[in-house]
Design a binder for this molecule. Structure first.
Ligand SMILES: C[S@@+](CC[C@H](N)C(=O)[O-])C[C@H]1O[C@@H](n2cnc3c(N)ncnc32)[C@H](O)[C@@H]1O
Ligand code: SF4
Length: 367
């Protein structure tokens, strides 16, 4: 296979910076949205050789891609290469009927909505702009525009959240019948306002999180969703594969091109990360230069270790032929004896218990 089949496009603009977020974001700057789209398209032109002739997925992530001035967002979408899955991340309050139709007409096939929680008091803790009804309205507008692949993001472990709050969030999310759900444990990201205010409380409730995780998995699998990745669930409809194909590409260790500030790319034995500064990014690309980047060489060992760490997050067995040298045979025997992993027919899988313990088990397995 020649060339990456996955393209990530970073749109950093947000109306407001949520206290818990450490993604590469820029508040406001409506005056720079057009220049940023120009820069993205120049970067794409410079890196075109990294991409395959045909793409499988395009993912516009943020930031809040749908906060980008709509004509600029549409101009960008129309200029990007076609792909079988084109996902746009959206914040609920930005989804109007006009936006939903514009995305659909510009070839978007999937929308990932950041709901986070449906409890108003917990949304306030997260400093979210959207209320629970904004999430419901956003789903209605997207359905009316013809979207048949909608994902909702939820977080759990919000300070003050009780088990019944979590159960109510899952019920509220399921009532919207999304094709896909991502449920993340809320992380205290170093240096954020949120960690300053709530870091200690999150530390105290860490023990409860395993129980919350199990409740999430039990509820969503009980409702018929496939727990296909540690934090990701999809409906099983017998015809379509509703897993997030773009993210699946990362978890399977495929190459990808990322454009925009802070974006990461991996191409055979190289990885590079664009610097996060908006103005310098715009200046470099306006002058026809690649933006400032950090480069890393990826040797076979690093790729094999990553392949194990990411591949074991999935519910499909990991073929061992190319990654065997990254495993510690003693660690493998130990986790097998503990009933956390199973080797069979040249593949390795985590058991249900192993999947709940996740990263800790993978760390034991690596040489
Ligand atoms: C790129 S982010 C933001 C997308 C969108 N701007 C939003 O806020 O809804 C994608 C997802 O990451 C998750 N996320 C962000 N910060 C997190 C944190 N500190 N811990 C856990 N999940 C987080 C949220 O569920 C969020 O929807
Ligand atoms: S959570 Fe989303 S909306 Fe909030 S600052 Fe981060 S990217 Fe922007």
């Amino acid at each position: 296979m020649t060339g990456a089949r996955h393209l990530y496009v970073h749109l950093p603009f947000c109306a407001h910076r949520c206290g818990y977020c450490d993604f590469v974001t820029v508040v406001g700057r409506g005056d720079r949205h057009g220049a940023y789209v120009d820069a993205l398209l120049r970067e794409l032109e410079l890196e075109r050789g990294v991409l395959a002739a045909e793409l499988e997925t395009v993912f516009l992530g943020g930031g809040t891609p749908t906060f980008t001035a709509l004509p600029e967002l549409v101009r960008l979408l129309e200029a990007l290469p076609r792909a079988s899955e084109v996902t746009v991340e959206a914040n609920p309050e930005t989804v109007t009927p006009e936006l939903a139709h514009a995305l659909r007409e510009a070839g978007v096939s999937r929308v990932s909505l950041g709901a986070q929680t449906f409890r108003p008091e917990l949304l306030r803790v997260l400093e979210r702009v959207a209320g629970p009804d904004d999430v419901r309205r956003a789903v209605q507008h997207l359905r009316a525009a013809g979207f048949d692949n909608i994902s909702l993001d939820l977080v759990y472990g919000i300070p003050g959240q009780t088990p019944s709050d979590l159960a109510a969030d899952l019920d509220d999310a399921l009532a919207l019948e999304p094709e896909h759900l991502s449920c993340y444990e809320l992380e205290a990201k170093p240096g954020t306002r949120f960690t300053h205010a709530f870091g200690e409380e999150l530390g105290r409730q860490a023990d409860a999180m395993e129980d919350y995780f199990e409740r999430v998995v039990a509820t969503l699998t009980g409702a018929g969703y496939r727990w296909y990745e540690t934090a990701n669930f999809c409906r099983v409809d017998g015809v379509r594969d509703l897993r997030a194909q773009h993210n699946l590409g990362y978890w399977l260790g495929h190459d990808y091109l990322g454009i925009g500030i802070g974006a990461v790319s991996t191409s055979s034995n190289r990885r590079w990360r664009n610097a996060p500064k908006l103005v310098r990014y715009l200046e470099a690309l306006a002058a026809g230069r690649a933006p400032e980047r950090e480069h890393e060489r990826l040797d076979g060992d690093v790729r094999a270790r990553e392949r194990v760490m990411l591949g074991l997050r999935l519910d499909e067995p990991l073929p061992l032929a190319d990654v065997r040298h990254a495993l510690d045979p003693v660690g493998l025997a130990r986790v097998e004896a503990l009933g956390l992993a199973e080797e069979s027919g040249g593949t390795l899988s985590l058991t249900q218990r192993g999947r709940f313990l996740g990263g800790g088990v993978t760390a034991e397995l690596l040489a």
